[in-house]
Design a protein around this ligand. Structure first.
Ligand code: GLA
Length: 691
């Protein structure tokens, strides 16, 4: 604890936060983010503590601005007055305890600084009153930022197959709100990740801050700009979500994750990627396999021969895991389209007479692992599960439950439903030996949001409690089946947040696999998450050349979702070379440092560099035709003193060229841009000769 004017209660890190207590005992924000040094300097001036903004304003404490916290107390009072009671600093964790002395309530502002300068922040509210209190709004964080030319980059307003659509806009006075709804797959329409910068964010310079609400449910981030400062109030979406907190109970908000850089978005992303690999995603240091999925090759229409044929082709091109998607289950209500069968997790023995075991064994015999698709939180009305338990679905009394994609969502707050969902995993994994990968899907949002497990006067707890119960199930599956690699999917990228990712290994970014669109999506997502968690599959969508599709997928976690039998020999050979090349560069792509070189427009380029700079791979893409190849792509992050042997490939039969250059020459002169035809790509693999 530092002592300044007897008021500074805590300051953490060079990039971090600082607080002071004013003369009346209220918590003031003295600094936040990359400017904290400057803010703390300000403390040496003559500014009285009251000149600093409230750190976490409760309703009516800052009457002219939106509150971070709004409670109706047991006695009906709607205002809250928070005074500092205690500050507990222990290691990397800081807790500032605030209390309302008249309407007893404890509010703990929790901060934890991690590696790579990442700050996690959340709030815990405890109700010591004798009656229930209602939490109308409880932000995870509400820092006040002062940024020159504040610019927000976000991914709101997208939809299925258009995830990660990027908007960069200047913040102006007033309030800009990003929010998601629907409870399940909320991030289809609004990703919980955003960037705040000074001016347009640049790769290699400038101040930029990344924020992410780590919440698998509805999120809300409000940027209230007033008098040149921006209050960023973020957390779960309080809309229709008043939370009734019983006496003695504690409510914890989702975590808000922050990372900063004063050296641009490139440095910011690299730090976030390292942190996510080491502290968020499961087995972040492990290599991800090359996956072959059958979905876009067969959709629901397959039998054992079709699958074993696909497995043979997949093995021939070098894929390492075969993933059997939707359609393998429901003997009584065969899952031959999306109108029937969800909820019935027995194998359809008409399609697969010997069950899954022969398919799994065939994959094993061809040297591949075996994975399976499940959508455990859902039922179709045409299923034995729904027929037996129509009361199991999310619903409200006397309201006709709507169908979305022909299905209902299960009410996982009911203990018997939670047991059923866990049982799906236990049974499937026991009955079919050899499964080591599961794709966990969820293909509808929630309507008639209510639960018979909640009392009539607790129905508005539903949005939060449903998301928490879903996390509990995911955590339990990860605990019971630690050997299973888990892919997170919800109609494509509908569940993509750093809280849910803790239980998973990777994410299905979008059902849109057109490589041109994918490049834009992968580019946007790369600002926050490492390539190892972004599953990218080569498909026929968009009818692009297979080599181009491979090159785009190779810059993330490579896979295939394509009818190999319908490909030409030449195309299959391209896939084989893509897998061979990917195996060489996989440690770079999945564990290296990302440098985004040319943002996608007519062209795009990016590279991954080994942490010791001994190796690198550069990907160049021509998205739209240009009359001639011109200009250069300039690699970054190389060791200037090292000589690199450069191997060029476009995945055609022979490597096109081998040559050598120093890192210094490469980063100053660049590599001549070789492409002009639309949907062509080139890769350069750089091996340090002395490395
Ligand atoms: C969702 C997923 C797809 C596929 C289908 C199966 O749309 O995003 O990848 O698994 O479901 O029904």
């Amino acid at each position: 604890m530092t002592n300044h004017a007897d008021r500074l209660v805590v300051a953490a890190g060079v990039d971090g936060f600082g607080f002071l207590v004013d003369t009346r005992g209220r918590l003031r924000q003295a600094g936040f983010g990359p400017r904290i040094g400057a803010h703390m300097e300000g403390l040496r001036g003559d500014l009285p503590p009251e000149a600093y903004p409230l750190a976490y304003p409760a309703y009516d404490e800052d009457p002219l601005h939106a509150p971070a916290l709004r409670i109706t107390h047991g006695d009906g009072r709607t205002t809250t007055r928070l005074l500092v009671d205690d500050v507990d600093v222990s290691g990397s964790k800081t807790v500032v305890v605030l209390r309302d002395r008249d309407c007893p309530v404890e509010v703990r502002l929790c901060f934890e600084t991690g590696d790579e300068g990442v700050l996690r922040q959340w709030v815990e509210v405890t109700n010591p009153q004798s009656a229930a209190i209602t939490l109308h709004e409880v932000a995870s964080a509400a820092p006040l930022l002062v940024l020159a030319e504040p610019t927000l980059t976000h991914h709101a307003g997208s939809d299925w197959s258009a995830e990660w659509s990027t908007t960069t806009e200047t913040l102006t006075p007033g309030t800009k709100v990003l929010e998601s709804r629907g409870g399940v797959r909320p991030h289809l329409r609004c990703s919980p990740f955003f960037l705040l910068g000074e001016g347009r964010p640049a790769e290699d310079g400038g101040t930029v801050l990344a924020g992410a609400v780590a919440w698998g449910g509805n999120i809300r981030v409000a940027f209230e700009m007033d008098a040149g400062a921006i209050r960023v109030t973020c957390g779960h979406n309080p809309s229709a979500s008043d939370y009734v907190l019983d006496p003695g109970q504690r409510f914890s908000t989702p975590e808000q994750v922050w990372a900063w850089s004063t050296e641009g978005t490139g440095e910011l992303s690299r730090r976030l990627h390292r942190w996510i690999r080491s502290a968020v995603v499961r087995d972040g240091g492990a290599e991800r396999p090359v996956v072959a999925n059958n979905w876009e090759a067969t959709f629901f229409s397959f039998d054992r021969d079709r699958l074993t044929g696909l497995i043979d082709h997949a093995a021939d091109i070098g894929a390492e895991l075969f993933l059997l998607d939707d359609g393998w289950f429901a003997p009584e209500h065969p899952r031959n389209d999306d109108t029937a069968g969800l909820g019935d997790w027995d194998v359809n023995r008409v399609k697969l007479p010997g069950g899954l075991a022969p398919v799994s064994a065939h994959a094993g015999a061809r040297g591949m692992r075996f994975g399976l698709w499940v959508e455990p939180e859902m039922v179709n009305p045409a299923s034995t599960t729904f027929t037996a338990h129509p009361e199991w679905i999310v619903s409200q009394p006397e309201r006709r439950p709507r169908l979305v994609r022909g299905q209902h969502a299960l009410d996982v707050l009911r203990p018997e439903v939670a047991r059923f969902v866990l049982g799906v995993f236990d049974r499937v994994l026991t009955e079919t030996p050899g499964i080591s990968y599961l794709k966990w899907d969820a293909n509808r949002h929630l309507t008639e949001p209510g639960s018979s497990a909640l009392a009539a006067d607790r129905q508005s707890n539903f949005w939060v409690d449903h998301a928490r119960a879903t996390w509990d199930l995911m955590a339990e599956v990860a605990r019971r089946h630690p050997e299973q690699m888990l892919m997170l999917c919800a109609s494509g990228g509908g569940r993509f947040d750093l809280g849910t990712l803790r239980f998973f290994h990777e994410v299905w970014l979008s059902d849109n696999t057109d490589p041109v669109d994918r490049l834009h999506m992968q580019w946007a997502a790369s600002h926050f998450v490492p390539a190892s968690v972004v599953a990218a599959h080569v498909t026929r969508l968009g009818n692009r050349p297979v080599a181009f599709g491979c090159a785009v997928a190779m810059s993330a976690r490579l896979g295939f979702d394509i009818d190999f039998a319908a490909m030409s020999d030449a195309e299959r050979a391209v896939c084989r070379r893509a897998v061979e090349t990917y195996r060489l560069v996989r440690p770079l792509v999945q564990q290296g440092d990302l440098y985004r070189l040319v943002p996608p427009a007519r062209r795009a380029a990016l590279s991954y560099v080994a942490p010791d700079r001994s190796r690198a791979v550069v990907f160049a893409y021509q998205l739209e035709r240009e009359p001639v190849a011109s200009g250069h792509v300039v690699p970054a992050g190389l060791d200037p003193g090292r000589t690199y042997r450069v191997t060029t490939t476009d995945l055609s039969p022979a490597a096109l060229e081998h040559w050598s250059a120093t890192g210094a020459a490469l980063v100053s002169e660049g590599i001549p841009w070789p492409l002009c035809d639309a949907c062509t790509a080139r890769l350069w693999v750089l091996d340090g000769e002395d490395g």
